[in-house]
Design a protein around this ligand. Sequence first.
Ligand code: ADP
Length: 350
Amino acid sequence: MLSVLPSASLVVAPDGTVLRSNARAAGLGLVNRDAVTIPDIVHLIDRVSDDGHAREQEMRVRRPPLGRELLELRVRVAPLGTGAILVLIDDLAEERRVDVVRRDFVANVSHELKTPVGALSLLAEAVLASSDDPDQVRHFAERMQIEASRLSHLVQDVIDLSRLQGDDPLTHAEVVDVDELVRRALDEVRTLATRQEIELVTGEPCGGLVYGDERQLLAALRNLLINAVSYSSSHTRIAVATRTGDGIVEIAVKDQGIGIASNDLDRVFERFYRVDPARSRVTGGTGLGLAIVKHVSQNHGGECTVWSELGVGTTFTLRLPTYTPATTFDETGGEFAIDVMTVPIGEALT
Ligand code: ADP
C-alpha cells in the first residue's frame, strides 16, 4: 500500500521503530535503518503513540543526511488499529519549486531550440542554392546531420530533465551496486575516450550500495564522464574513485582538463549555463548535462559538488546516502528482523 501512496510514508511500531517505508521516504532521507531521522517527527510520533490521537504539523527541517537543504514538510501521523502508526509526509516547498522551475524552463527551451532549427533552415537553403555542386551539397548535408543530432540530444535532455523535475523520481527504485554502476558508465564512454586518446582509470571497488533509480544514476555518471572527456585534451587521464563511510557513498570523477574558473563554478549546475558556449557547440553539449546530474543526486537525497582549477583539472563528486536495508517482516509470524549492514571506509580519494 505504501508504495502507491504519493506521500513519503512510514509505518512505525509504538516504540518508534520503522516497520515499513516507501521509496519517497528513502529519497527524502527520512529513514536510516529502522529509525526516523528527524527529531521533530519522532516527537510527533511519540505523542500519537501516547494518547492515540491523530495529529498534523508543518515543520521546516534540514534534509538528512547532509543537512544542506531545507525541507518544508507537512507531517500527518495517525494510529492504525493494529497498534502500529502511519506517518504521511509531504514536501511543500517541492510543489512550489516545481511550478517556478517549469515556467522558466519552457522559456529557456524555446530559446535553445531556435539555434539548431535556425541553422537547419539556413543549411537547407544553402543546399538548394548549390544543387549543381555535389561537393557543396555534401558539405552542407554533413552540417545538417550535425545540427539534427544536436537537436535530438537537446530534446532527449529536455525530456529527461522534465521527468526528473516532475515525477516521483524514485518510483523505480531498487538496490544499486555502485561498483557495477561505475563499470557500466565507464564502458559507455570508453570508445569516446579512446578516440581522443584519453586514459580512463578506476580505483579499488568500494562495495557500496545505494537505493535508487539505476537508469537515472547511470545517466548522471555518464554525463560527468562525457564532460570530463569533452573538456580534456589528448594524453590526459580521467580517474573514477569511489568510497563509502558515514552512511554516504562517494563517486568522484577527476580529470586533468581545462578546468573551470572560480566565478563560474557556482553556475555550472544551472540549466543552459556554459562557460564557453563556442566550445560547448563543438562538443555537441546541450548545457543540461550538469542540471540533470544535480537533480538526480538531489532526488536521491544526495548532492554533487565540484572542485576545479584552471589548467589543472576538475573533480565532480557525487555523494549519495548508502542503502541500509530497512526492517522486514518475516513471512510466518509477523515478527520483524533487522538486517544491519556495515560498510568499510574506502581508501582516500587520490
Ligand atoms: P554542456 O552540455 O555544455 O557540457 P553541462 O551542463 O554538462 O553542459 O556543463 C555546463 C558547463 O560546465 C559546460 O559548458 C562547461 O563549460 C563546464 N564543464 C562541465 N564539466 C566540465 C569539466 N569536466 N571540465 C571543465 N568544464 C566543465
